[in-house]
Design a binder for this molecule. Structure first.
Ligand code: FES
Length: 498
């Protein structure tokens, strides 16, 4: 595997933000690397990174193909598109690419019109073997793919190693791969795929400790047909219970796929990569009256709040609106729990039990702290009715962003201070899309401006906030923004700490 750096040929194909020395990258690009399991590349394109290169994998009748994950039209991320009749279709403007990496269809052109030759994304050698997808980034591999006859004849044992990012130089990584002495000690939880225990955690670090959210990477990259998707769920745990996470996930057929992957792909024994809990919807300590209002599955953080208030002996009201009794999550628990006297239920399918927003808002006592969580439409309707009650302190948490009817915005320039890169964000594009199209990975989850995952430091420039997460004070500080939805001011320059 080792080839002298002096043997490397100069070439200019390095990824935009390459963390490798050029000579290291050129050597490593000439070898075959496993980048995904066969099961991961099914009907939809899949994005992977190999040596910092964003690569899209897609399955055709002739096997799995690999190309640079950038559409030649506007630089969109091809992996956000789809695979149709063996063609990779860009999700932004519908450009179609075949397995050889040639553009064969442009929706805006009449059928049979010649297609510009430059519309050819960079494609890579790709093979499927041993249940894995292998990619070589160089046009000519420096060595044949490794072979393991023991796997083919069934005499060997296959182990899988979860994917994770290693911040180390190429030389250090290779050295680590070859140092098997540390494996039994350091990798005992990753080799052989045993479930990893959840370490005890402390949610009682003050009074504002409830409704923590936990980031859950739904299915790891190596666990079958569901790709890794980061989602956040409210913890339902009793605040004294700190040795497990309890969440509830409503299956949403029309959602982006996170809940479907949880319902369809996670079973007892599945390993999920999770982050530490964090709290974006704190229960404030105050002498003011407290009213909890939940709509549908929005009851999850509200339920945890009710438990906490009850345990503290603090009086509160708990209003819970759903479509019907049959579609009321945690109904038995709410009706039989220790705070059942405080619960008032509303159901849309029963005229006598419908939730009357105007009446509800009118009878709130002045100074009440109202905690609200539910579907976007429900939240928007309640928030609107509260506009006439400035004496109410509203705390809310969105599950889905309300339809704010915002326009596509104007173009602006994006400067990345750490790398010195300048990019243009066009109308209708988000900062996040532009960064991803240029191979810059950012932590994201909801991509609707409600969860705070993509919070980024702003060093200069005016921000057009479009999120539903930051407080008025945080917005006024001008030093942070949610890059999945918020923008820079029209035709101006925004500098991010990236
Ligand atoms: S990803 Fe959730 S706010 Fe941006």
């Amino acid at each position: 595997m080792f080839v002298s750096a002096k043997n490397t040929q100069p070439q200019d194909d390095l990824p935009l933000h390459c963390s490798f020395a050029r000579s290291d990258w050129v050597i490593l690009a000439g070898f075959w690397h496993p980048v995904a399991t066969s099961g991961e590349v099914a009907d939809a394109p899949v994005r992977v990174h190999l040596l910092d290169m964003p690569v899209v994998l897609f399955r055709t009748r002739d096997g799995v193909k690999a190309a640079k994950d950038v559409c030649m039209h506007r630089g969109g991320q091809l992996s956000l598109g789809s695979v149709c009749d063996g063609l990779l279709v860009c999700g932004f403007h519908g450009f179609e690419y075949n397995g050889e990496g040639t553009c064969v269809g442009i929706p805006a052109l009449a059928k049979g019109s010649p297609i510009p030759k430059k519309l050819r994304p960079r494609n890579f050698q790709c093979r499927e073997r041993y249940g894995l997808i292998w990619v070589c980034l160089a046009d000519q591999a420096r060595a044949e793919m490794p072979g393991w006859p023991q796997i083919e004849d069934g005499s060997g044992t296959v182990i899988r190693i979860p994917s994770y990012e290693i911040k180390a130089s190429a030389g250090r990584r290779v050295e680590n791969y070859n140092d098997i002495a540390h494996v039994p000690f350091l990798h005992r939880n990753s080799f052989g795929w045993p479930p990893t225990d959840i370490a005890p955690y402390d949610v009682i670090s003050g009074d504002n400790t409830l409704s923590f959210k936990v980031d859950i990477l739904e299915q790891t990259r190596y666990s079958g047909e569901f790709g890794g998707q980061l989602r956040q769920y409210s913890l339902l745990n009793n605040e004294r219970e700190t040795d497990r996470y309890v969440i509830s996930v409503l299956r949403e057929e029309a959602g982006r796929g996170g809940s479907r992957s949880m319902h369809g792909g996670v079973a007892e024994g599945s390993a999920l990569r999770i982050g530490a809990p964090r709290n974006a919807f704190p229960l404030e300590e105050s002498a003011a009256p407290v009213v909890l209002l939940a709509g549908g599955i929005g009851v999850t953080p509200i339920l945890a709040m009710a438990r906490s208030l009850n345990a503290r002996g603090k009086p509160f009201e708990f209003h819970f609106a759903t479509r019907s009794a049959a579609r009321t999550p945690f109904l038995a628990e709410v009706l039989s729990g220790p705070f059942k006297e405080r619960v008032r239920l509303y159901h849309d399918d029963n005229p006598a039990m419908r939730f009357d927003i105007g009446r509800f808002v009118d009878r709130l006592a002045a100074g009440t702290h109202l905690y609200l969580c539910g579907p976007g439409g429900f939240m928007a309707a309640v928030s609107e009715a509260l506009a006439a009650r400035p004496d109410i302190v509203l705390h809310r948490e969105y599950f889905t962003a309300p339809d704010s009817g915002q326009d596509a915005g104007e173009p602006f320039t994006l400067a990345l201070a750490q790398s010195g890169t300048e990019l243009v964000v066009a109308a209708g594009q988000s900062i996040l899309e532009v960064l991803q199209a240029h191979g810059i990975d950012c932590a994201t989850s909801c991509e609707e401006g409600i969860c705070g995952t993509c919070l980024t430091r702003v060093l200069a420039g005016e921000i057009e906030h479009r999120d539903h997460f930051l407080s008025a004070g945080e917005r006024a500080s001008g030093d942070r923004m949610l890059i999945c939805v918020s923008r820079g001011k029209a035709n101006a320059r925004l500098v991010l700490d990236l």
